[in-house]
Design a protein around this ligand. Sequence first.
Ligand SMILES: Cc1ncc(C[n+]2csc(CCOP(=O)(O)OP(=O)(O)O)c2C)c(N)n1
Ligand SMILES: [Mg+2]
Length: 741
Amino acid sequence: MGNRMATKTDSKPAGVADEKIRGAGKTYEGLSRDQLIEAYRIMYTSRRVDDREILLKRQQKIFFQISGAGHEAVGVAAGFALKPGYDWFYPYYRDRALCLALGATPHEMLLMAVGAAADPQSGGRQMPSHWSFPKLNVVTQSSPTGSQILQAVGCAEGGRYFAAHPQAAKKSEGDYRQFKDVKFQRDEVTYVSLGDGATSEGEFWEAMNTASNRKLPVLFVVQDNGYAISVPVEVQTPGGNISRLVAGFPNFHFEEIDGTDPVASYAAFARTVAYCRAGEGPGFIHAHVIRPYSHSLSDDERLYRPDAERNLDAARDPITRTQMFLLREGILDENGINKLEKQVEDELQVAVDQALAAPPPTPDTIELYIYSPDLDPTSPSLQTEPAFAAPAADGKKLAPKTMADLINTTLRDEMRRDERIVIFGEDVADCSREQYLKEKLIKGKGGVFKLTYGLQNDFGPDRVFNSPLAEANIVGRAVGMATRGMKPVVEIQFFDYIWPAMMQLRDELPLIRWRSNNGFSSPCVIRVAIGGYLTGGAIYHSQCGESIFTHTPGIRVVFPSNALDAAGLLRTAIRCDDPVLFLEHKRLYRETFGRAPYPGPDYTIPFGKAKVVQEGTDLSVITYGAVVPRALQAAQKLEREQGVKVELIDLRCLNPFDWETIAESVTKTNRALVAYEDTLSWGYGAEIAARIADQLFDHLDAPVRRVAAKDVFVAYQPILEDAILPQAEDLLQAMKELTDY
Ligand SMILES: Cc1ncc(C[n+]2csc(CCOP(=O)(O)OP(=O)(O)O)c2C)c(N)n1
Ligand SMILES: [Mg+2]
């Protein structure tokens, strides 16, 4: 029997051209005729959603619009070559057609445009076209150009890690793992896309570096429409062609294609995806596309592009090209095209009507999902007693350990307990050339402060390894890994060098959960060596600046002053379901002050709980970090000299912080001094001082004072350093003035 449809022409679906019936078995680079009709339906839908949004914006019914126009063919090709809910996706705002091809609906997109409570992507928090579909593995995207790329690399590393450590993927009670589901496939691919302009961002090159070096299954897609707003590609890319620049990266499969042609695009994607799936390495597809609707609705490209140039683009419009292709190949006739388009319009009208009727979110929801709703790191249940070992039989005291020792031990304990933990950063490995370690030719480094010493030796190079010298690389990859359920505990070598990672630390890490309305999260730990009093540390090895991070909602900030607190708080940080910035004062690493015996493998301290270092009745001193021992010294002297009893509060955790303890103390002493190592103006203590003045005014017998560093950077010469940073003498002076007031 022949093809039923080919013989029974009287029952052929209306609009399907006779040619289709004759060539029903024909495929185009592996795409069937039905798939091509589907491709056109998705592309056309994508364009029409843009058109409808533009209309809605003009009617002031939505508040922003950015289109995927001109990028539809490459999007649909990617969507057909990859698997939703199996592969992972870090798209950018032009990827409407990709998302539709993966299974997102116009209705969901329009809910985002109107900012509806039911918007499944962000609950009204993000602009439209900022895709986030947990079920499809489309990870929440942001607006900064290029900040998704390193996360995609980390995501791919996560998939590979779980494939090698399947036990690690298991659920576990009592920490973040209880709430963090892991799914992975051995041959999954991570898609990431960006524009031609975004290839100028440093993070793009940092991502290419690691994907290449580790042969990761990341599929980079540069959608090159020739412009970044008004800046043409030759200003971004030397020579005007990104393919030529990246050609030297080892291990890649490269394609440069006409991204307005869905068939050629699909062929390139099929080849590249096969390469990535086979574990050969990353792929790079450079797709030349067009941008017919200006950059966004706020831009008019006629201001910087003459008609002649724009007309050349228009001749390549993927919608008309694909329509012509279907007609030419006899896949659909005019009637079929009209019918398909009418169906799209009708469905779109319903989606628009529903979106416009969808209720907006209520203002009482704004603080939902800044932090995990599941695990409260301030919970009193985290207050445990240290399990010091019993003293030796000869009555000798347990050996007190330094802060550095106990941080190292805590990392080791936690790595043993939780196989999802990986440690990476600059110099953190014992030795990248593993054979030297194995052959015991060397002892190993383990960090410039040796905080991670021995961990690679104990846990192997896939759990403890060196990163390139690139801070955004460290944090961006950690974000991607944590999104997949790993627990990266990464190190930034010096706080002074945290700034290259700032885009990730300010615009990404703290926002993944909130902006996706709890669709995604990335709880990881960033350990950072911070602070001065080093004698010779100078400007670039002495900085503080914690207030920049406590000013950022969504990230917890911890700053211990002694070994026991460092151990307990680091453990809480690692088990926590939120991102944590863990600040370790370099001067305190090996100080005699605050040493303690090993408190056991389960010692935790809740966040946001200050420690009263010494009780007093005359003056409250609120401080943290390396100022604690200095304030203690001053307080003891004041008591010896004048009998003044200072209540000394070590905050330990800066976000959240323990307002209750501060308020109780100041209410009792009626005097407050806030002391911190960072520069005085707009420093962390400024907020504490303001709150005391605001909320405890009636209890105050003296003004709230601050002692902090002078408003300059820390200088090299110790005489200058001493003058710049707050000293015990400065604290004593301020304490005296306040008690005498
Ligand atoms: C880090 C950053 N800088 C600036 C912007 C503002 N901005 C948004 S899109 C854009 C141009 C992007 O061009 P390209 O990467 O070529 O993508 P296209 O929009 O052309 O698809 C700029 C400058 C931003 N979002 N992020
Ligand atoms: Mg562009």
